[in-house]
Design a protein around this ligand. Structure first.
Ligand code: NAP
Length: 249
């Protein structure tokens, strides 16, 4: 009988949790613990880091996990690298559920950049109104451009922001293109900064930027070591079926 660790924190992870629960599978859902009220899951849920590769390996052994599914956000690179290393070290099968990156369409004014620092450097010198849609981590580097007004959309209120001119909107996706267009118009947004997360719910800001003709600074995904990757919940279920539990720890 398989026993699965599902690393979550994304819409896709929640969808997979429902599929695993509906199939009566033995699985544990894991959150990092970044948000105050994480989405409730239909699986036994644990919260918090494992303590690096060694901590994860110990936890996997202790919990008699047979399969690991990494459905973290494409920018959660440390967790994903730890999962790859931990599974390689103990011979545990691993699959990543990862949505494909967004690709530009006609009308898009995207500038792709490799990382956060390059995104900061891509902003203009003259004061702009920036929709900084990158979550709460990695805001500090934008303090190097204090001439801009920043609109932040965060899951939880953030009292101590490293940016001098920031407006915070507390909201949780998925978002709509109409809603994001109205938000950008209301705040007079001139530039959008986003991570190339992929998926539909977070794409609304890009659709809205296209409609408004706004430039988008789009941060590329961090590099990742080789791993088996699928793009749908159904493919994860097939992958589990194709990897008998006795191959695990
Ligand atoms: P990260 O930098 O890759 O991870 C930092 C550390 O947090 C990991 O080494 C691990 O600690 C712990 N961790 C991360 N995800 C975990 C999980 N699902 N279960 C248990 N521990 C976890 O990750 P991050 O970018 O901070 O993302 C944290 C969470 O937010 C993830 O669940 C991710 O899916 C979600 N998220 C991230 C983004 C983003 O833009 N980065 C956006 C939306 C959602 P230990 O080393 O102690 O095990």
């Amino acid at each position: 009988m398989p026993r699965i660790l599902l690393l979550g924190g994304t819409t896709e992870a929640s969808q997979l949790a429902h599929a695993l629960a509906a199939a009566g599978m033995d699985a544990v859902f894991s959150y990092a613990g970044r948000t105050e009220a994480p989405v409730a899951q239909p699986l036994p849920t644990r919260v918090g880091g494992f303590g690096g590769v060694a901590g994860l390996q110990a936890w996997l052994r202790d919990q008699r996990i047979t399969h690991l599914v990494d459905a973290t956000h494409p920018f959660a690179a440390r967790m994903s690298q730890n999962a790859i290393a931990a599974c390689a070290g103990i011979g545990l099968p691993l699959v990543a559920l990862e949505r494909p990156p967004w690709v530009p369409q006609a009308g898009d004014r995207w500038q792709s950049v490799p990382d956060i620092d390059a995104a900061v450097a891509a902003l203009p010198e003259t004061p702009a109104r920036v929709f900084l849609a990158i979550g709460r981590q990695n805001l500090a580097p934008f303090a190097a451009r204090p001439q801009h007004r920043y609109l932040l959309r965060l899951v939880d209120a953030a009292p101590d922001l490293p940016l001098p001119q920031a407006t915070v909107m507390v909201a949780r996706g998925p978002f709509t293109a109409e809603g994001d267009r109205a938000l950008m118009e209301e705040h007079g947004i001139t530039h959008v900064v986003a991570k190339n997360a992929g998926g539909s719910g977070a794409a609304a800001k890009l659709v809205a930027a296209r409609a408004l003709g706004l430039p988008v600074v789009l941060i590329d995904r961090p590099a990742m070591a080789a791993r088996t990757t699928v793009a749908s919940v159904a493919e994860v279920m097939d992958w589990i079926a194709a990897h008998p539990a006795d191959l695990g720890v």
